[in-house]
Design a protein around this ligand. Sequence first.
Ligand code: SIN
Length: 520
Amino acid sequence: MPILAILRVFSSTSRHRVFSSFQKPMDNLAPPKPGARPASSFVCDKAFINGEWAAASSGKTFEVVNPANGKVIGSVPDMDATDTDRAIKVAYKAFQSWKETTAKERSILLRKWANLVSENIDELAKLLTSEMGKPLAEAKGEITYGGGFLELFAEECKRVEGNIIQTHIKSRRLLVLKQPIGVSGMITPWNFPNAMITRKAGAAIAAGCTVVLKPAEDTPYSALALCDLAKEAGIPAGVLNVVTSSRNNAAQVGKTICESPLVTKMSFTGSTFVGKLLLQQCASTVKKVSLELGGNAPFIVFESADVDAAVQGAIGAKFRCSGQTCVCANRIFVHESIYDEFVKKMAAVVEKDLKVGDGIDPATTQGPLINKKAVEKIEAHVQDAVSKGAKVVCGGKSKGGNFFEPTILTGVTNDMRCAKEEIFGPIAGIIRFKTEEEVVGLANATTSGLAGYFYSRDLSQIWRVAERLESGIVGVNEGVLSVPDAPFGGWKESGLGREGGRYGIEEYLEIKYVCMGGLQ
Ligand code: SIN
């Protein structure tokens, strides 16, 4: 197995304070272990089926590359429909016994899993940075976030309750049970290689379901590391199965999951385009579907806002993960009375505090984009905006490899690509507005509805706008919102269902009405 040259031990990490709210301590979980396993021990060259490390039936593998330097980290199995089918059968068999376990039994195992994630946080973060590119401190934040879902669902599974409905026929009793839905197929993205897995699989396993999961081809190692720790925690064979595949085989793995009659639930995080395709495929077996798709988040700064706080919020909402999150601010609307001040202050922070580089360097705040195609897309967005009259205030260029400068554009209008499409990169396009009515209309004039943000100190306006924004998540005077305990999901074409919080587990439960008759 090739050694991860990039995985060097750093004794400390630092990052700009605007990103720090994403990294809360796992204060009631086990602290990092001084003797935790080295990150290289998590670099596994096999997928995970039935509690065992598994090669592809074809014997094929594909390479995983560090986006910061293009170096090959290692290879993992390039699985196909046959392997996926095998994993589904294994998960179906395991479901027959896993669904009979008590919530308490599942809770204990999830808690052990959460503790192991917490104990190995430093090494998991290095692994994550090496395959995905986000700065080490952000990677640590993600592992904390990811472990937080396991901790949360270890608790929530004990709170799944049915109810008894009032009867109008005396000889009957009407009961409602909640039961695990069954084998749950999952397809997870590269931008959160750890937390999107625990957010889905943690909920499913807590509910009593079993899992077949395909991680993004760019980031399989974080998924396999989680399998390793799940096994160590005592999660039984077949409950969690991870099928790795290259981009070439991704479509057949996804289709097999979506069309299998043994899989009764499918959960996907990724692009709206692929989400729609998977939804169509799931129609053939009428699966319950959760989708967390693309966004086009408005970030509004009203005239009453604390401009400095709004700048800090915009930096976090825009540049976290180099702009590669579904909830990143996509269109920054600033009231005309404070527009110039906001732009000047935001540009000063970008130029002074944001540092582009390899995420493994503790000074880096902006890691690489995931690949060359992503850089080309960002370049095209800048060119399109400039050709339509936008001005580059800072950044605007690639820095070689997969790196792109954090960029601010002014004079952005709603017909530019960076306002109409999900950017998924470090471009902050700033749009001027005059009235609340106008900006709320513009904010909602999109088919997406995942997150929305605004800064205001006018209490009536805060209530009005929070209620009027058409999105599943709203940040009021906050730029980084994601926490395990809150429901995450979108309106309109941004998705179906919710993840996280007590809502997350409901997605993996079926409701059963039991009518008990003939009672005296
Ligand atoms: C995503 O980008 O899909 C998830 C972002 C988050 O959980 O904050």
